[in-house]
Ligand binder design. Structure first.
Ligand SMILES: [Zn+2]
Length: 247
């Protein structure tokens, strides 16, 4: 991979992280082993799926696909110690960055009150020539804004009922797998859980029709390239955006 010769360590002095991604499987393509590490440390991690990935399997109609993919995501989350998986039900494949998306994400952040918010890479590519997917970009960018929105009581004030308060406590937003990642975390001890978590998306992986594609081999290739630069077997890279002022 391209990128820096080494990586800084991620801050692990937090207790709650909310992962906001477009699709079931987005966390499992590289970040799930890191989640297993953190839940193993006793931290709370929750997942928010903006869509149910219902447009993700060519041979399966969305209404049927949604049920399968939600079940696979709940299981893959369970494997890495995540019990809270919210499905927001927005339309897979055609998400739009904008106020409507920021509104639903701000509501999630206000509800779960995380210290750290993790989302998928929102950059145009993954570092090579291949383009990132439109939903990932929309969700990542809307997440960055929604973190600020959540802390402002005059933005989406209709959400502040029944005891819901603004939440300005998010310290950083992390973009998993970003091509401009400067931080990484050692995932050697929890790597196997990450592999099992990806394998839980069996119907989806089968539907991709990639011949002889091996989840372990795929995850190893990425994790080894990062790990070797910080002196461990496996690691996961993240782009870190500080959310305070003056950082
Ligand atoms: Zn995705």
């Amino acid at each position: 991979m391209d990128g820096p010769d080494t990586f800084e360590a991620l801050d692990e002095t937090w207790s709650r992280a909310l992962c906001i991604v477009a699709h079931p499987d987005d966390m499992e393509f590289g970040a799930a082993a890191a989640v297993a590490r953190w839940t193993g440390q006793g931290k709370w991690v929750g997942y928010t799926m903006v869509t149910s990935g219902e447009a993700g399997i060519d041979g399966v109609a969305p209404d049927q696909c949604r049920v399968v993919r939600e079940a696979e995501q709940v299981e893959s989350a369970r494997i890495v110690g995540v019990d809270t998986v919210d499905f927001l039900g927005l339309p897979d494949g055609i998400l739009e960055y904008g106020v409507a998306l920021r509104r639903v994400l701000a509501a999630e952040i206000r509800r779960h009150r995380p210290d750290i918010v993790i989302t998928n890479n929102w950059r145009d590519t993954w570092g090579g020539a291949n383009l990132n997917q439109a939903d990932h970009i929309a969700v990542g960018k809307a997440t960055l804004d929604a973190v600020r929105d959540a802390g402002n009581r005059w933005v989406f004030p209709e959400q502040l009922t029944d005891g819901t308060e603004p939440w300005g406590g998010v310290r950083q937003v992390w973009g998993a797998g970003s091509p401009v990642s400067a931080h990484a975390v050692d995932t050697t001890d929890t790597f196997d859980a990450g592999v099992e978590s990806l394998k839980a998306h069996a119907a989806y992986i089968d539907g991709l029709g990639w011949e002889n594609w091996d989840p372990r081999e795929f995850l190893e290739g990425m994790a080894r390239a990062v790990g070797s630069r910080i002196g461990v077997a496996f690691a996961a890279p993240f782009e870190v955006i500080p959310m305070g002022w003056g950082d």
